[in-house]
Design a protein. Sequence first.
Length: 582
Amino acid sequence: MKSKQLLSLLLSLLFIVLSVVTCFATEAVDTRPFNEKNAEKQSTDAAADLVGAAQSALEPVAEPIETVVSDFPVPYKSKDGTRPLEGVATYGILKWDGKDGAVPFEQLKVSTVQNKLPKRVDFRDNYSGFNREFEICLYNGNIYIRHRNVNETWRVAPLPKSMRYNIKAISVDADEIIALDENNWIYTMVGLFDDTDEWNWSTNWGEVFDIGTGYQLGNGQNHQWALSNIDPEYDMTYTDIDGRLHNTGGSGCTQIFFLDPNDHTKIYYLDPWLPGDESREAGTPYHCRFKAQSLSSSASVTFIINKYGDMYTRLFDYDLAGADEVFFEYSWFSQEDVPDADPDDSLSSLTSAKIRLPSPSWEQQPKIPGEITDRISVESVAPGSENRRLKVEGRKNGYTGYWTKMLNDKAWTFVRTDEKLQGTLLQNSMEDTSAKDLAPQSGIHYKGTIAGTGASMKVKNFAYNDHEQTAYIKVGGVQVPATLYNEYGNLGRATTQVITWHDTGFNESLRRYTCALVLTQDNADKLAATEEGRAFLSDFMDGNLIRPLSLQANVNGLYFADDKQWTSSVRIGAFDLLRYDA
């Protein structure tokens, strides 16, 4: 068993203990006087009927020792009546010699379809990918492998028998491969930094403690989903909004990002340690109104483009965005007197600065001065979250290739490849067309009073999947705008971390956020012009421009309380904003 897998197992056991405490603290008393009907939904779906998978003729490869599929302890939830392919292990941490035909690379069979496989691999998409050791490609439902930047032939990758010729899409990042079958069931292989005799595939995905036995991705279309895996040994650190360095945690963060197939303003993300649902979103720019054409993601940086060639990137994952109070600490305030984490010492996080909230927002990338397609790619090239390379397929002066730059560079350069374009040509121009063809505003508005302050507060066009809202504070006859930051996942403590199944989208089910109300100095000065305003700044804002809070939200109201709530039921310092028609 690899050290990373062993660490994940140990962390899972720790997570079990902490989460048992969480369940008792969160669910034992759930009176919720402010919307009693909104208890967290629990899934009781039965396992789906068995659907057999047809087997195709195989390339000659080593025969794997077949494994038994188990629905214990958390049965998968089928969306369409299908089930994962038979003969794939439920848990990837189980390893033995010969599993899935895993042998050293030099013993893998050389492919007999070399002329059908790519001559070069430049992009991380759903037909090919790479890390610093290997290149991977997909052809006719099978997976092939060769070493990176070495002139060698493709070999047939180790796979369970049932997966051969049944894979429709892949995504590769760091030491992991995600494969999808024709029904979008997820198959995971962890160990791509090691030789191929260490490979082991599983259907394991999702649920608390990483005990889910299978999951169907909501969108398996090419260029619309990607694996992101920030690796603690290679990527090492995050940089927060203050420019402070933080270690990525003992086992990094693995996520799958994908566009809603029916609404490209929505980006969902899945995590193998989180409940198997689609409740977690990283909304697009322009308050979740930007329509992304395609998406790529690597080492916690996601890259999107619209049909007009406007591009944005965002450093974002579950751990960085304030959601994981079990393994990380967060603060809404700067900590100038506390050191950064030491990238070479994972224990330095115990004494280094907390991760500063809010999480980083979308950053617009410069337009490309030439023809481009919707085939985009981002890749990690060195430690540090700023070391990501962007690529966009295109053409210059009649030659095909790709445009590329580092994440924070100001200009693009063109690399000629003479490869056939695979993406769809976009309506690109040098004009900023980001605001063109935006989706409508949410039309969801709330208002109410902040208890004990004499102040009123409004939030217009609330976007539940954005982490930044515009609020209006009125006190002493003076109204000023403020920013409400809201990070989904908990109420500021591990005991309120969302670890149970939750609805997709925004409805009457309550969503939990750690949040903060933030004033600019100019607007605080305007409020200070009245006695009531000065009392508000002193008492409610505690003399600061930032007031941390907790928030539970649904279509009926925004239910605030003090930050660091121990339970979702007992709200200290509560005040409510209720829905109204503007």
